[in-house]
Structures are given as C-alpha cells and as structure tokens.
Design a protein around this ligand. Structure first.
Ligand SMILES: [Zn+2]
Length: 281
C-alpha cells in the first residue's frame, strides 16, 4: 500500500511537472504572442488589423463601415476604437467568422450595431462558449451581400461542421480578398476540437478556390497570404492524413511543419494526426 501511494504521488508530481513545462514553454509564450496586433493600411478604405486574437478587417464606404471579427482582450478595445474613429457617424456592421472567443470577445463593445454570425449555432451554445454579452443579433442562414461603393462584399455561411458548426467566410469581390476565418491559417497548426472535422477541412480548400477568385487571403491567424496559402494548408491536411495511416512516414511528415506556430496536444501536427485517427474509427 505504502509503495502504491509512493508511486501514485510520484506519477502525479511528474504529470504536474510536464503540465507546467508545457504551459510555460509553449502555451504562455503563444498566448502572449497572440495578443500582439499589427495595423496594416491596405488602401484608402480598407485596414487590416492582424493578431490580437483572430485577424480582422475594417472596410468603409459612404454609408457604412464593416468590421470582420472583434478579437479578444485589449486588442478588442483597440480595434473598436479604430473602427469608431474610421466610422465617425456612419453605422458599423460587425461580422463574426465563428463562435470562438479569440474572434468574438469584443462583440459587447458594438452596442446598437448589427452583429452577424452563422445560423447553425444555438443561442445557448453561444452564451456558453463566448458569453451572453457577446451574442450576435443577426443569424446568417446562407449568404448576404453588401454593396459598399465599388466593393461588393459576400458573406457566406459554410453551413456544416468544419472548424465549428457555422464557419462564415467574407469575400471582397472587387479587391479579390478572402477572409477565411480559421478555415485557413498561415503557418499555424489548427485547433480541431468538438465538432471540427479534418475530413470536412479537406473538402473546403478546393471549394473556396472554385467559389472565390482569391488574390489576397486573410487567414484566421498568421500573416496575410494568397491562394498559395490555401494550397499549403491543404497540403498540411493531406500530409497529416497520410501520417495518420502510415506510421513509417509519420515523423518525417510532421517534421515538415516544425517551424509552424503550434502548441503540443492542442494545436500541432501531432494533434491533427490524432484528429484524423479519431475520425477513422
Ligand atoms: Zn481562432
């Protein structure tokens, strides 16, 4: 009995130590880096605000200002202030690419604004995952279009479980810019949890490329890219799928992505391989 207690105690200690190392070596620096924002003036009417949670865009026209994703923590307030400054007296319309807190935690700042999100979430789920004060007030079933001076903005609900229950992408058809939310990331491993499906991800990339003529891609996380960013992310999924069934090639395939932003077990090549394996069973 004494021996058993000793080993149990030791195991707990080792586990705690591993958890602490994972937190301080990977998760904490990642979270700190995630909080940094970069403001990128794209042209006279479009400003990109990268980081601080999910990447965002602010597009203005004569009659309104459109904001994509409201970020998290302090970055939410900075984004809101910038949007307010740009908008002046014009109304702001906020679009959420999906329910995750790094994309919607600033929703509560947009009082009196239209806040639009995909309709496949339940209200209860939103309250549970992102907070009642961050609830959208318009639920998008299929798609909608905003005519904003020379720009035509297409807001499109993917309508099935991919990264979440109701991923929304936003496409500026004059500028040929796609805001992909977390369906496409640039040099960052995805979080695949809950209803997220690696197989559905794999179907998404060709769909996006065939539906939208993408010149510039704004990923959910990572720097601005282009259509090649979609191809690279697709290749990542193909490689992880292969690694999930081919043990001999697994470490070689995973090592291709060692310079990507990642957190072990949570968002990493290994975690994507596990997601594929879970899906196969
Ligand atoms: Zn995200």
């Amino acid at each position: 009995m004494k021996k058993f207690l000793k080993w149990t105690g030791l195991s707990v200690l080792v586990l705690l130590l591993v958890a602490a190392v994972l937190f301080f070596v990977y998760l904490y620096p990642f979270m700190q880096k995630m909080k940094e924002t970069t403001v990128l003036p794209y042209d006279q009417n479009l400003t990109l605000v990268m980081g601080g949670g999910g990447n965002s865009g602010i597009l203005s026209s004569d009659s309104m200002v459109l904001v994509i994703d409201s970020k998290m923590d302090k970055a939410s307030e900075e984004l809101y202030q910038l949007a307010k400054e740009i908008a002046g007296t014009r109304p702001i319309v906020l679009i959420n690419t999906h329910i995750h807190p790094d994309h919607v935690s600033g929703n509560n700042l947009y009082k009196g604004c239209r806040i639009i999100a995909g309709a496949n979430y339940s209200k209860a789920q939103w309250i549970n995952d992102a907070g009642e004060n961050n609830l959208p007030n318009e639920w998008l079933k299929d798609s909608m279009v905003f005519k904003m001076d020379d720009e035509i903005v297409h807001v499109y609900n993917m309508g099935k479980n991919i990264h979440s229950e109701s991923d929304v992408v936003v496409y500026f058809s004059s500028r040929k810019i796609l805001f992909a939310g977390d369906l496409v990331l640039n040099k960052q491993a995805p979080v695949i949890m809950g209803v997220a499906s690696p197989a559905a991800y794999l179907e998404t990339f060709d769909f996006l490329k065939s539906k939208f003529d993408v010149k510039v891609l704004v990923p959910g996380h990572g720097s601005m890219g282009d259509v090649e960013t979609i191809n690279v992310f697709k290749q990542y999924f193909l490689d992880m799928k292969e690694a999930s069934v081919n043990a001999d090639k697994k470490s070689e395939l995973i090592s291709k992505y060692e310079d990507w932003n990642q957190v072990p077990f949570l968002m990493s090549p290994g975690a994507t391989v596990s997601a594929f394996q879970k899906f196969q069973h």
